[in-house]
Design a protein around this ligand. Structure first.
Ligand SMILES: C[S@@+](CC[C@H](N)C(=O)[O-])C[C@H]1O[C@@H](n2cnc3c(N)ncnc32)[C@H](O)[C@@H]1O
Length: 234
C-alpha cells in the first residue's frame, strides 16, 4: 500500500440512499430511548459515556442490534458502542436494549466512518465488529463496500495495540474482497474460520445458511502500524 492509496478521498456512502422510512413507532422509540443511550456530539469520552473505564467495542452497521446486545450481555466487563444509519433498525435495537436492561451498551445513529474519524480517539477501541455488511456485489458498486484501504487504516488507528477487527459475511465475493484488502494493507494478522459463540444465529447468518451459502468469519488482529506510517518516520 502506498501513501497515495490512503490519501484518496475517503468518504463513500456504504449504505443505501434512504435511512429507512420513519414510522410513528420508530419516531417514538428514537425520541424515547436515544437520549438515554445516545452519545454526545464531539470527541467520545468513554468514561463519561459509560461511567467507568472498560474495554470498548464498536459494532459497525449493527442493524437491529441482536449481535451488539448479545455481546454486551455476554461481556459485562466491556462496553459496547453500536452504530448504524438505518433509523428503523436503530429504533428497534433501542427498544430491545431497553427491554433487556443491558447497561453497557450505547448507540449512535449515524455514519460509522464519520464517527471513527471525528469522534473516536486513536488507540481507544479493544475491538471493532462488522457483521454481514452490505455486500455491494456489482462491480460498479464495489467502491461502496465498507472495507477499503482507508477504513482498514482508520480502524487500525482507532484500535488499541493488539486489538482486533471481526468480520462475518455470507457473501463469498465480499469475503474475498475483505481478505484481499487485508493482505494489501499488511498491518493485521488474519485468521479465518472462528465463529464467535456469543453471536446469535438469526438474521443474515440464518438466511445465508438457509440459501446454501457458507459464512466466512475473519479475525484481523492489529499487529503493527501500517507500512507507510513506519516509513514516514524514517
Ligand atoms: C446488511 S445490514 C446488516 C445488519 C446487521 N449487522 C446484521 O447482521 O443484521 C448492513 C447494515 O450496515 C449499515 N451500514 C452500512 N454502511 C454504514 C456506515 N458507513 N455507517 C453505519 N452503518 C452502516 C446499514 O445501514 C445496514 O443496517
Amino acid at each position: 500500500m502506498t501513501r497515495t492509496d490512503l490519501d484518496r478521498p475517503t468518504w463513500v456512502r456504504s449504505y443505501a440512499g434512504r435511512h429507512g422510512r420513519r414510522s410513528a413507532l420508530t419516531d417514538e422509540r428514537l425520541a424515547r430511548f436515544l437520549p438515554v443511550r445516545g452519545i454526545p456530539d464531539g470527541p467520545l469520552d468513554p468514561v463519561a459515556v459509560f461511567g467507568r473505564a472498560a474495554p470498548l467495542v464498536l459494532e459497525i452497521g449493527c442493524g437491529h442490534g441482536a449481535a451488539a446486545i448479545a455481546y454486551a450481555v455476554a461481556h459485562p466487563g466491556q462496553d459496547v458502542l453500536a452504530v448504524d444509519v438505518h433509523q428503523p433498525g436503530v429504533a428497534r435495537m433501542l427498544a430491545a436494549a431497553d427491554a433487556t436492561g443491558v447497561e453497557n451498551l450505547r448507540v449512535h445513529l449515524g455514519d460509522a466512518v464519520r464517527l471513527l474519524t471525528d469522534q473516536v480517539a486513536p488507540s481507544s477501541l479493544a475491538a471493532v465488529h462488522l457483521f454481514f455488511p452490505d455486500p455491494w456485489p456489482k462491480v460498479k458498486h464495489a467502491k461502496r463496500r465498507f472495507v477499503t484501504a482507508h477504513t482498514l487504516q482508520l480502524v487500525q488507528d482507532r484500535l488499541v495495540p493488539g486489538g482486533h477487527l471481526l468480520v462475518a459475511t455470507d457473501q463469498g465475493r465480499y469475503a474475498a474482497h475483505v481478505l484481499a484488502e487485508l493482505a494489501r494493507h499488511g498491518g493485521y494478522d488474519v485468521v479465518v474460520g472462528e465463529r464467535p459463540a456469543w453471536r446469535p444465529t438469526d438474521g443474515f447468518e440464518a438466511k445465508g445458511l438457509a440459501a446454501g451459502r457458507s459464512i466466512t468469519e475473519i479475525r484481523a488482529t492489529a499487529v503493527t502500524e501500517a507500512p507507510f506510517r513506519r516509513g514516514s518516520r524514517i
